[in-house]
Write a protein that binds this ligand. Structure first.
Ligand code: GLY
Length: 398
């Protein structure tokens, strides 16, 4: 492993410097290293970030929203890549990622919830997706722990799950094995020379240089000093509070798939892992950088989850945590070159960071190795938010 903590020196120059070591930064670095590029990551705590909180639903179909058809294409492309991506990552890291092809059931508890779910079903069908409407009885036959009041639901067999913490750890190991250099310090300022990004200065004063810089710092991506205004990513933090419960051993049958619902307008989801962990999420709060776990947040999640699966209140509550989703103005990620030559973005994945990890890695690897962003990622160019952008020069292969 090549790792350089604060105060230690290491190679200061690379082909690619990735700022941010969450799952998006790590998958970008891994893919770049596999393409033969000398790659470094700057992050005080690689493998951390929003993935430490996320539930890990791969919910391209059940999290479909009106107006997000273009994003749906990217989400589906990534979902399709997941099995092969997981197999490659598990082989490269020697670790299990907790990927589970279990499907999802989205249910309704009252007439309003049912109307909303019917609306979602119509949108799914118009979008060519597969989702089957079930009666309340059929839902309970699939998941006997569901409340008797469940009025109907949508069975989506293609929306699976992964354990984001294991995913992050596996990516970290895969990066290390591929020769990625880790600088365990915060990147403080982007270095720009003659209108080109050339590296970054770390909080400990070290200056790193690189031919190409990727800003992949999640919700913090907009805060890096030295980024010109027309290249600065328009990301904002959107807080999510998430609970973890534990089904005691030996596991009684609890839930066999992800179950989600809209309960009086709030979204709640329950993600059961094979190891007995049950993740309950999530709030969605526009509160800036606040990551406090609040009594109200925990209460609301447990109240809604209890309405859905009453037996859940018997389980030990083992963790409460809040994270920050990197939201963008159109809820879609920012992938590719910016108006500043040498600076690329891989950020703004908002609710879909875990789902979009494989396709982001592939797109960024291709861009970094060849200078061309693949067609699937082009609608997500950061330049869509850049008005009066300076002309963008086509990057040459590194
Ligand atoms: N995709 C789940 C969430 O953002 O809470």
């Amino acid at each position: 492993m090549q790792s350089f903590p604060q105060g230690h020196t290491g190679p200061a120059g690379s082909d690619v410097l990735v700022i941010g070591g969450g799952i998006i930064g790590l998958v970008t670095a891994w893919r770049a290293a596999l393409r033969g590029l000398r790659t470094a990551v700057a992050d005080p705590d690689p493998g951390g970030g929003a993935a430490r909180v996320a539930a890990g639903m791969l919910a391209a179909v059940t999290e479909l929203h009106h107006g997000e058809q273009t994003l749906l294409g990217l989400n589906l492309a990534s979902a399709e890549r997941y099995p092969a991506f997981v197999a490659e990552l598990e082989e490269a890291s020697g670790q299990d990622t907790g990927y589970r092809a279990c499907g999802t059931l989205a249910v309704a508890l009252d007439a309003d919830d049912r109307a909303e779910l019917r609306e979602l079903h119509a949108l799914q069908l118009r979008s060519g997706l597969t989702a089957e409407w079930l009666t309340g009885r059929e839902c309970r036959r699939l998941e006997p722990m569901l409340a008797p009041g469940v009025r109907g639901g949508l069975r989506v067999d293609g929306d699976h799950q992964i354990d984001p913490r294991r995913l992050a750890t596996a990516l970290l190991t895969a990066c290390e094995r591929a020769g990625v250099v880790f600088h365990r310090a915060r990147a403080e300022r982007l270095s720009v020379v003659r209108e080109r990004a050339t590296g970054a200065v770390l909080a400990d004063g070290r200056a790193l240089t690189a031919d190409q810089v990727v800003l992949a710092a999640g919700s913090l991506s907009g805060r890096l000093a030295g980024v010109p205004d027309d290249a600065r990513p328009p990301v904002r933090p959107v807080k999510g509070q998430v609970l973890r419960l534990t089904v005691p051993r030996p596991y009684a049958p609890f839930l066999s798939r992800t179950v989600r619902a809209v309960v009086r307008g709030s979204h709640v989801y329950l993600v059961p892992r094979e190891n007995g962990e049950l993740v309950v999420g999530a709030t969605s709060e526009e509160l800036g950088w606040d990551t406090t776990v609040t009594a109200g947040g925990v209460y609301g999640l447990l109240r809604d989850a209890h309405e859905l699966v009453p037996g859940l209140t018997e389980l030990p509550l083992t963790e409460t945590r809040a994270g920050l989703r990197p939201g963008t103005p159109d809820n879609a990620p920012l992938l590719g070159p910016t108006a500043l030559p040498g600076l690329h973005l891989a950020t703004g994945h908002y609710r879909n960071g875990v789902l979009l990890t494989p396709v982001t890695g592939d797109a960024m690897g291709e861009l970094l190795a060849t200078g061309t962003l693949p067609a699937a990622a082009r609608p997500f160019t950061p330049l869509r938010f850049t008005t009066n952008a300076r002309p963008v020069r086509q990057e040459q292969p590194a």
